[in-house]
Design a binder for this molecule. Structure first.
Ligand SMILES: Nc1ncnc2c1ncn2[C@@H]1O[C@H](COP(=O)(O)OP(=O)(O)OP(=O)(O)O)[C@@H](O)[C@H]1O
Length: 701
């Protein structure tokens, strides 16, 4: 039973002992608090050696400086002593200077005499010793005195001596002496008097400037340093455009770690760079588009698909240029469909007419009405896409979101579609009266509602909205539209309020205010990327100088985009010379966006869930005379919802399930479902405000 098995454990491969020992040692070395931080990375060791060499070379000068300071301190002490300063001050304070004057004078005379006697004695002693032992005495004595003076005159907190009023140029001294940096943080009130900084990485050259990373004392926040950048720039004696302060995030960072970079000179003063897109034959719209460089010359790319962009600035700061950069990336992808509405009516966008599916330039009411038609067409397109996505299998369409493969599949007809509207304030302020579904409103209001709906629902269906405005004020751009525009780019604006309107609430208090940018810095703005995209996860916002793309380069890119589309057979609409009027279904669109002014009444342009999804799903079947009954199972499967919760929510809107007969492949069956008339009634009730988010509002009278 109890078999004893004899055997030898054979291990062909000897354990990699040496390796694991070395690795363990390396791990211990990195983690051990006993190993000095400077010995933990090659970079830091090199930096430490460099610092050592600099310190050795500078030491003679520092020694002489310390001796001179020590001498000054000694002379100053002696003067105070010989003038009987303390006694005199006490007498002055008690207003008895006249009485004590003779005493003070006598004491002062006595101290002068003592001084004279000491000097004479010291002179004689030195002379005798010199005679007896030779000049060695002079050298040794001089050396000892110099060391004593140097110790006395060393630079240190609490050292005796006067605080210099004019400290000379502060710029860059901090790169040599971290204490200067600590003082600057204290002067800028970013740390307290008794607090200090911990140097994570010493100052080192990076690009055309100096970089340093510090840890703030516990409880101090890096976000506050970002916010008070200007005070720190003043303390370091540099212009604030030269000082870049960033929080270090992620694994290597924490809420109190700050990376500083100080440029040698104005980082935006050099000639602008041309867009790298000029050098590529084609681009993939799904890749972030090269947008510009930050002050440290690091590339800043802008993701466009699945988000939308608002560009705002006062005139002539580079809005159109920035929007065109975003367009350039999409133009070079032949699978992208473009709508371009240029309300500036200049020549800036002209070349886009050769690639755009729809294009117009003008600022008349007819152009605004044409834009309304485009937007209505796009809303219907988005609805159609969502409906078609429901029929796709999970492999092709894993969530209700367009994927790169879907956008390039011609059979699905869901290309990434971007709409660029320059000077969007013109259509938004247009007062041409319109009647949409028996509701009267202005064209501007309707454009606002359509854009809001598109910015909210469009990105996931592959619609990219890029809006540029000269007037980023709250009246022009409705707040619910702003709220749903994912990425923002603010070039120079008039004041912090306008900056906040583009970048978002409170951004000025977090240190991002585009009204502080300089007028001469054309094309420089603050980019706040969409937090939903990976590019926006790390930083809240960055100051970017956009690439410079003059008309000539723009034309080249548009011509290249056209050639690519011709080769792929994707040139369509305006660019292909087709008279392609939008196919409009105003009723469906008005239903989708909540029917004109109803939006104003309920304060939002969406129906509450699950009613909205049900209405979306039913589409035209909701019209009287189409479908009478919809089975619960069909809705649950199509909307992918939990049946019990769905039934409860529908009940709150007054829709109770009933039984009805339906014809299936297996014959006629009786199933539970909802009467479409009930859903229609619920819809009317919500729109009339008698039901708000599932709660019945009782009328008082
Ligand atoms: N990245 C850049 N680098 C240097 N100069 C730039 C840059 N971007 C734009 N500019 C310059 O700024 C000027 C204004 O640009 P743009 O026409 O885009 O301004 P805008 O804000 O659209 O003006 P408007 O409000 O009048 O339409 C251009 O003539 C261009 O030379």
């Amino acid at each position: 039973m109890n078999a004893v098995l004899d055997g030898e454990f054979v291990n062909d491969q000897p354990p990699p002992e040496r390796m694991s020992w070395a690795r363990r040692f390396a791990g211990w070395w990195q983690r051990s608090p006993r190993v000095p931080v400077v010995l933990k990375s090659r970079q830091l060791v090199v930096q430490a050696i460099r610092d050592l060499v600099v310190a050795v070379l500078r030491s003679p000068f520092r020694f002489v400086g310390a001796v001179v300071r020590g001498l000054v301190v000694v002379v100053r002490w002696w003067r105070l002593w010989v003038r009987v300063a303390d006694y005199r001050a006490a007498a002055e304070q008690s207003e008895k200077l006249a009485d004590k004057f003779t005493d003070i004078r006598a004491l002062a005379l006595f101290r002068w005499r003592v001084t004279g006697a000491l000097v004479a004695v010291a002179g004689v002693v030195v002379a005798v010793l010199d005679l007896v032992y030779g000049h060695r005495v002079l050298w040794t004595g001089g050396g000892v005195v110099a060391v004593v003076l140097a110790v006395l005159g060393r630079r240190k907190d609490g050292s005796p001596g006067r605080t210099p009023v004019l400290a000379g140029p502060r710029t860059l001294t901090w790169t040599m002496d971290p204490q200067v940096l600590v003082d600057a943080f204290r002067d800028a009130k970013l740390i307290g008097k008794d607090e200090s900084l911990r140097l994570v990485e010493r100052a080192r050259r990076q690009g055309d400037g100096w970089a340093v990373t510090v840890d703030l004392p516990a409880t101090r926040k890096a976000a506050d340093v970002v916010k008070n950048r200007e005070a720190l720039a003043s303390a370091l004696a540099v212009d604030e455009v030269q000082l870049i302060v960033e929080r270090v995030r992620g694994n290597g960072g924490h809420a109190g770690r700050v990376a500083l970079w100080v440029a040698d000179e104005d980082p935006y003063g050099s000639p602008p760079l041309r867009t790298p897109l000029l050098g590529v034959e084609r681009w993939d719209a799904w890749r972030p588009v090269p947008f510009g460089r930050d002050a440290r010359q690091r590339r800043v790319d802008l993701p466009l698909v699945w988000t939308s962009l608002l560009v705002g600035a006062i005139p002539r700061q580079g809005k159109t240029f920035a929007a065109r950069l975003a367009a350039a990336g999409l133009i070079l992808d032949p699978y992208t469909r473009l709508y371009v509405a240029d309300f500036k009516a200049g020549k800036d966008w002209y070349a886009a007419g050769r690639v755009a599916h729809r294009f117009m330039a003008g600022d008349e009411p007819t152009h605004v009405l044409a834009l309304v038609d485009w937007l209505v067409e796009l809303v219907a397109e988005v609805q159609g896409r969502y409906r078609r996505m429901q029929d796709l299998d999970d492999e092709m369409c894993p969530e209700s979101k367009i994927t790169p493969a879907m956008s390039r599949d011609p059979s699905l007809d869901m290309p990434v579609t971007a709409i660029f509207i320059d000077e969007v304030q013109i259509p938004l302020e247009d007062r041409t009266p319109l009647e949409v579904q028996e509701k009267k409103l202005t064209a501007g209001e309707y454009v606002g509602e359509l854009l809001t709906w598109l910015a909210r629902k469009g990105p996931a269906a592959g619609i990219v909205l890029v809006l540029a405005t000269q007037r980023p004020d709250s009246k022009t751009i409705p707040s619910n539209l702003r709220a749903v525009l994912g990425s923002r780019f603010a070039l120079r604006v008039m004041d912090w309020r306008d900056s906040n309107i583009v970048l978002g609430e409170q951004m000025n208090t977090r240190g991002y205010d585009s009204s502080r940018l300089l007028a001469t810095h054309k094309g420089v703005g603050i980019l706040r990327p969409d937090g939903e995209t990976t590019a926006g996860a790390d930083v809240l916002a960055t100051t970017v100088r956009t690439y410079y793309m003059p008309n000539e380069d723009w034309r080249t890119i548009c011509a290249r985009g056209r050639a690519l589309r011709e080769a792929e057979g994707t040139l369509s609409g305006h660019a292909a010379g087709q008279d392609n009027r939008p196919i409009l279904d105003h009723a469906a669109v008005a239903r989708a966006i909540g029917g004109g002014t109803v939006v104003e009444q309920t304060g939002e342009s969406e129906l509450p869930e699950p009613l909205a999804s049900v209405v979306d799903y039913l589409g035209d079947d909701l019209q009287p005379g189409r479908r009478d009954f919809v089975p619960t199972a069909e809705l649950v499967a199509a909307l992918d919802v939990e049946p019990t919760a769905f039934g409860l929510r529908m009940g709150e809107f007054g829709c109770r399930p009933t039984r009805d007969r339906i014809t299936t492949d297996d014959g006629v069956r009786q199933v539970r479902g909802y009467l479409v008339a009930d859903i229609r009634a619920a819809l009317t009730a919500v729109r009339d405000g008698t039901i708000v988010d599932g709660e019945v509002i009782e009328d008082d009278d």
